[in-house]
Write a protein that binds this ligand. Structure first.
Ligand code: PMT
Length: 310
């Protein structure tokens, strides 16, 4: 049996699927702008920091991706993610920005003092002041670059661009892939142009499988980066097994296993030889499970970087 050829054939098939996905994707509208911002951000942060070491750059993906059903999109399939995990993790690394604000800050934080003057309500003034100053500082110091996406096409095209630009950062780059990525899509070429008419009866539509890009990210796009992906399940009995399988199959450094209903309380960090339970611990004044999780990841990333020292 020629295992080498077998693996090669599987790899070729995956490469072909990935190529076909990108070929069928509508061109990223903001591609020039994204690549300019990325180049500037990576350049700025690749320069050695004050203490002589290179700065680390983490790509945090967060939120859901949509799969449009029509080119002039009225309907789409969505993948669940509130974006809380990614926001909490990013802010936890630097400063809290908007998480301490109410759900609808514009409507809840402000009030009119007379017909034309708006002011921040006293009850929210500290939270608003912190959110504005700390967010501004992170952006001005070049520590935060936010790139937004909606569709699966935008997400994966951007992920590829980011990966390729982080290649130069070597082991100082980390991927923290918390976005909920669609598994099925309608290829752009076969997508209806206009709104699908309900008068045509039940909708019968074939969806293609979205190729998993994790392996190609690890092997080809950014081979030296420290890669953390997530595994979400609703059935706790299969969660850790699936996380183990993802770790091996996609050659991740760590997979964070989370069960939907308790994802804000507990996650399990799975590595090749450990299963580390990470809990939110309110009694220690820790509000989010992301706080201890990020601490763990920073430690593991540091050891990973050190392993490249001569
Ligand atoms: O945003 P919140 O409401 O706070 O919720 C956080 C979360 C539950 C969304 C998050 O913690 C989480 O688990 N995100 C991953 C959800 C997911 O898509 O899981 P999955 O089992 O389908 O995919 C596993 C990994 O493969 C993910 O890292 C995903 O980025 C990646 N993937 C998935 C599908 C696909 N076609 N390509 C991929 O690369």
């Amino acid at each position: 049996m020629d295992l080498g050829n077998g693996l090669g054939a599987t790899q070729n098939m995956l490469d072909a699927e990935i190529q076909s996905f990108f070929d069928s994707a509508p061109p990223l509208r903001s591609s020039g702008d994204v690549s300019e911002k990325l180049e500037e951000f990576v350049k700025r942060n690749s320069i050695a920091s004050g203490n002589g070491g290179a700065r680390r750059i983490v790509c945090v993906t967060s939120g859901g991706t949509t799969v449009p059903l029509e080119k002039r999109c009225v309907r789409y399939i969505d993948n669940f993610s509130s974006g809380h995990r990614g926001a909490a993790s990013t802010e936890g690394t630097y400063q809290p920005f908007c998480r301490s604000l109410p759900d609808d800050p514009l409507l809840e934080c402000f009030e009119f003092t007379d017909e034309s003057t708006v002011q921040v309500r006293h009850s929210h003034s500290e939270a608003v002041r912190r959110a504005i100053t700390e967010h501004r500082a992170a952006v001005e110091e070049g520590l935060l670059l936010k790139l937004s996406f909606t569709t699966i096409f935008e997400y994966l095209q951007m992920l590829q661009m980011i990966s390729l630009s982080l290649r130069s950062v070597g082991p100082h780059a980390m991927f923290y892939l918390a976005a909920a990525v669609s598994d099925f899509y309608v290829p752009w070429k076969s997508m209806a142009e206009h709104k699908i008419q309900s008068s045509s009866g039940p909708l019968d539509m074939q969806l293609n499988q979205v190729p998993k890009m994790l392996l190609v990210l690890r092997k080809d796009w950014t081979p030296m980066a420290f890669c953390v992906s997530f595994k979400l399940e609703t059935d706790k009995h299969i969660l850790l097994e699936k996380a183990d399988a993802a770790l091996k199959k996609y050659k991740m450094h760590m997979v964070i296993a989370n069960e939907l209903s308790i994802r804000k309380e507990e996650v399990v960090a799975v590595t090749s030889n450990e299963r580390i339970s990470v809990h939110r611990n309110k009694s220690l004044g820790v509000d989010d499970v992301e706080d201890p999780l990020i601490k763990l990841l920073v430690e593991r990333h540091s050891s990973y970087i050190k392993s490249f020292d001569p």
